[in-house]
Design a protein around this ligand. Structure first.
Ligand code: NAG
Ligand code: NAG
Ligand code: NAG
Ligand code: NAG
Ligand code: NAG
Ligand code: NAG
Ligand code: NAG
Ligand code: NAG
Ligand code: NAG
Ligand code: NAG
Ligand code: NAG
Ligand code: NAG
Length: 475
């Protein structure tokens, strides 16, 4: 049958060749006729078929003496219906036209491309677009680097259409790098993200998002890599010690002042990954454990000053695999502050007590041991009688200022309170004053014989604003 058709074709062409010659003047008509015979058509005639792997598809080519050419250029010449891709001939023996069906029983990724039905004079093609959902090449889910190293986080996303990649760090998009931002430490590569000079702040979750976008489909998938950044220990507390010491940033030494028979606490707060081990040294020897307390990243050494020998240098060393950090301390004898010279009642209100303690503005240039703060301790007499001691009392530290009185606020009316005060300087707390009793006024009606100072009246409203002790400028 096949060979017979071939002969007919040649015959037809021969006939038209003769007609073409004889009807040279009537070209239009003959071309139309020729097209009728030669025209190839595909059913369905879509230009593109989008398919997923394992889909099936059939395309019929109608024409004379046609063949199917595959995406890789070879002809599909198998009529074996067992084959995944084969051709079935549905030509009618009574028709001039062949009907060749190209059958994909299961579409594979490699079938992607242009498939053509090829006739003698023309061919018609369609694009078989084999959609491949994005897949990531598996990677390590967690990566550990040392600080200041460079790291590449892999993200290889395969799929068709080729996925677009963007990166997120802890949920925030990392801006694409371009020429103008070449300073950026993040460089997006086709198969990953390169981070130069990693710092501990770079530790976190990096999410690689792969988007597949086209007019007909959109899809995305993501993959997260956890970046762990190891770094050597770092001492954190140098500034914090200022409340009870002096930090010299050029020598790196913190000086702590105390006095004989007192105790001093040295604090070493460190940061590091892996968690650093903290050791204390005195005169080159490890300090006995009993005086040391570790709590998370904080280590404290308590030194009791038995004798002048205890005034000495101490050292805290924080160590991990990546290195160590040292914090130096020197404990020197200081001058303990004197307690306030007076504790004089200026006035009372129904919620406030106003006290003069002879406070003075410190001049630390003239005297590093000047009093910088006062500590007020307040407790109701009822509570004191119940507890039998100073327990659960309110403590408030306030700045030392010249020419002020101190207003204790938020007190209950018609209540007796016990108050005692201590001074604070670089060395620490002074002895406390003797405790004194003060009674607030009854709420209403105001008792005229206990008429408070006008200042207190004016300031009593502050109790609503602040809790504890307020400064009250003397007039
Ligand atoms: C396609 O079929 C094969 C075999 O039936 C199966 O293993 C594979 O997962 C299928 N692929 C898709 C993308 O469905
Ligand atoms: C070309 O594609 C056909 C069908 O997809 C396949 O059977 C054949 O092996 C391929 N040939 C080459 C050289 O890849
Ligand atoms: C790496 O980062 C550190 C701290 O951010 C910086 O001091 C150093 O100069 C950087 N090194 C390089 C090679 O960029
Ligand atoms: C701080 O240390 C430097 C260097 O050891 C020293 O010269 C300077 O006097 C010190 N400053 C104070 C205030 O102790
Ligand atoms: C220190 O304590 C000892 C005994 O506890 C005592 O004898 C000594 O006087 C105290 N020294 C000072 C300066 O308080
Ligand atoms: C301790 O240090 C680690 C890093 O080493 C840090 O993540 C953690 O927040 C620190 N903890 C405290 C209580 O400072
Ligand atoms: C400690 O030193 C001070 C001053 O340097 C001195 O007055 C005192 O006697 C010394 N005390 C002892 C027990 O050595
Ligand atoms: C603090 O004391 C220094 C030295 O005695 C002096 O020069 C300075 O004027 C004083 N400052 C104030 C505010 O009194
Ligand atoms: C401290 O003062 C506040 C406000 O006046 C009060 O609510 C609280 O109970 C007091 N605490 C103690 C321990 O007395
Ligand atoms: C405190 O008051 C005295 C006397 O009224 C005055 O001489 C002095 O300048 C005042 N000091 C301040 C810091 O206001
Ligand atoms: C104040 O309290 C005392 C005893 O606590 C009580 O006898 C007195 O009546 C109270 N005064 C007023 C005005 O509430
Ligand atoms: C207190 O307030 C009253 C009225 O608001 C005012 O006349 C008086 O001068 C004030 N007293 C002081 C010491 O500020």
């Amino acid at each position: 049958m096949h060979s017979k058709k071939h002969i007919i074709n040649i015959f037809v062409i021969f006939i038209y060749a003769i007609i073409g010659l004889s009807n040279a003047e009537e070209g239009e008509e003959s071309e139309e006729l020729q097209r009728k015979v030669e025209e190839l058509s595909l059913v369905p005639d879509d230009k593109v078929f989008i398919h997923s792997v394992n889909d099936s598809r059939m395309v019929t080519c109608i024409g004379n003496d046609v063949k199917w050419r595959s995406a890789n250029g070879s002809y599909v010449d198998t009529y074996n219906q067992m084959e995944r891709i084969h051709v079935e001939d549905f030509s009618s023996p009574f028709s001039d036209n062949q009907q060749l069906r190209l059958i994909f029983k299961e579409i594979y990724e490699m079938d992607h491309g242009d498939w053509s039905c090829v006739g003698i004079y023309e061919e018609k093609s369609f694009t078989l677009f084999v959609y491949v959902p994005v897949e990531f090449v598996p990677v390590q889910q967690s990566i550990t680097v040392n600080e200041l190293q460079n790291v590449k986080l892999s993200c290889e996303a395969l799929g068709r259409p080729a996925p677009e990649i963007s990166w997120m760090f802890n949920g925030i998009r990392i801006a694409d790098t371009d020429e103008s931002t070449s300073e950026s430490r993040h460089i997006q590569l086709s198969d990953g993200l390169y981070i130069k000079n990693v710092t501990r702040k770079d530790a976190g979750d990096y999410t690689c998002k792969a988007f597949q976008l086209s007019s007909k489909l959109s899809y995305f998938k993501d993959q997260t890599i956890q970046l762990d950044v190891k770094f050597k220990p770092e001492i954190l507390n140098t500034q914090r010690t200022l409340s009870n010491g002096l930090y010299n940033s050029s020598s790196g030494i913190t000086t702590k002042y105390t006095f004989l028979n007192a105790s001093v606490i040295l604090t070493c707060e460190v940061n590091g990954d892996p968690q650093p081990k903290i050791l204390w040294y005195h005169r080159g020897k490890l300090v006995h454990k009993s005086n040391i307390e570790h709590k998370n990243n904080l280590s404290t050494l308590k030194i009791h000053i038995h004798s002048n020998k205890s005034f000495d240098d101490y050292k805290c060393v924080a160590k991990n695999d990546l290195g160590d950090a040292v914090s130096l301390f020197t404990v020197k004898p200081g001058i303990r502050p004197e307690p306030p010279t007076k504790l004089k009642l200026i006035g009372t209100g129904d919620q406030v007590i106003d006290l003069d303690i002879g406070a003075k503005q410190p001049n630390l240039t003239a005297d590093i041991f000047a009093i910088t703060k006062y500590r007020f301790e307040v407790m109701s007499k009822d509570d004191y009688d119940y507890e039998g001691d100073w327990k659960n009392y309110n403590i408030t530290d306030v700045e030392a200022r010249s020419n002020v009185t101190y207003l204790i606020t938020q007190l209950a009316p018609n209540t007796t309170y016990l108050v005692r005060v201590a001074s604070i300087n670089l060395v620490g707390l002074s002895e406390r004053t003797e405790m004194q009793e003060f009674t607030t006024l009854a709420e209403a009606p105001r008792k005229t014989q206990n008429e408070p100072d006008s200042a207190v009246q004016n300031f009593s409203g502050f109790g609503l604003v602040m809790l504890g002790v307020l400064l009250n400028l003397m007039y």
